[in-house]
Design a protein around this ligand. Sequence first.
Ligand code: NAI
Length: 483
Amino acid sequence: MKIAVAKGDGIGPEIMESVLNIFKAAEVPLEYEFVDMGKWVFDKGHSNGMTPEAQATIESLGILFKGPMETPKGKGVKSVNVTARKTWNTYANKRTFQTLHGVDTVFSKAGIPIDITIVRENIEDTYGGIEHMLTHDVALSRRFITRPGSMQVIKYAFEMARKKGCKRITCGHKANIMKITDGLFLQVFYEIAKEYPELKADDVIVDDLCMKLVSRPDVFDVVVLTNLQGDIVSDLCAGLVGGLGFAPSANIGDHICIFEAVHGTAPDIAGKNIANPTALLLSGFGMLRHLGLMQKAAMIENALLYTLENGVHTGDFGDKSTAAVNTTEFANAIISNFGKTPVHNPRPQLEDKPATQTVFKLEKNPLIMSKEMEDEVIVGVDFFIESFEQPSVLAEKLLQHTGNLFKLVTISNRGTQVWPKGSVFTNLVNQYRARFESIEEAALTQTDIAELYRLIMKDFKVCSLEVLNMWAGKKAYSLAQGQ
Ligand code: NAI
């Protein structure tokens, strides 16, 4: 089997070399095709951080094993790490956090074992990076949560939990505040949960989740979250098991999968051969198992666990009273422990599975859709307009344009209603949302909205607009705070 390998920037080449040396010593039956991705590729003028040849190789091989990559600052380019995950639709980011004996934490010292898998949605949310300045004072980020996107990642999380024999799966969310976006994610979670009756499915608000994770991490099994919340919660979990040096990740898609450590390029220690290669090595085990190489993965992982148990450590963890080894020495220590069995949690030698590497040839972009929506009616529009005036003055001008079709329902500023009711204690910025709805919820057309736009722009700069829909008699939009 052949896979694509990108060494990455900063500590990337050092830790990748160590991991590939371990694989070589273990006679892992993989061939590597090295591809050009990362900071220096940006510097050569490839604005997505990868050469066209790298893209073609990864798309033809289907597996990318990558080191961390730096996003050049201040050049307006997007992170190649995020570009890779999104371009190839690796919708699930799986991050496993386990107690490792030899890596002391407050929990290991208290005898509280941790084995948590975070499944983070990997494509949507604020990671769409769709951001605009609406006025000089007001920035807007669009947060997309889609039903098919949520279904892909949540389905993966349930399948993974079933295969792993987990007991509990938890959805972390903020649906109490983001009722439509996180509400959709949570709804899909419980829809899919019905297909997995053997799993205890529950949900917890993300702030409460953080508190519970740092007090009772042992009660969680699999946690599935949207992208940004998943990112934050998974770094929190890395801290629970000893830090970023022990946090592996797998980006899973239907066609292409990317295996990488959670940590970044660690520029402060790059080039010194002192980085901890464990997170990348753990990510490598995920890749070997994904490819069906169960025995090699278990053999090397047992050697790693044995090495850790015996107190061998790089400078970022372990007993400070014993000397730290460097990256190469750490890798060599693991190699010298091949065939040894750790005292704690030895990995079972499972049978190898048939190779799962499949090469996909796609003719066109897959369109992922859930169900057709019935009874879709346009019932209004939100105009986001620039204004330096008081809400009542604004309302007076807007009311002149409502005509026979529309009524002005509410004006809000930063999401808080300031007209028809509000408080003078609400601070204003120079950008309002004016909500127009149709009289008696009559169906509107896009032309009706365009006509209203034409009238409003005589008085105001319209920064953006959002059409208000009703699906099957239910409002598909949120109310303003205080409405
Ligand atoms: P970082 O993860 O690179 O470093 C944070 C701290 O952890 C540093 O003190 C570093 O020395 C330490 N650290 C990280 N990995 C380590 C290891 N294997 N062994 C020992 N110590 C380790 O995060 P930072 O500084 O925020 O980001 C640096 C660069 O990495 C940025 O350009 C960022 O965009 C990029 N990055 C790339 C990622 C990826 O390729 N998936 C993920 C996160 C950041």
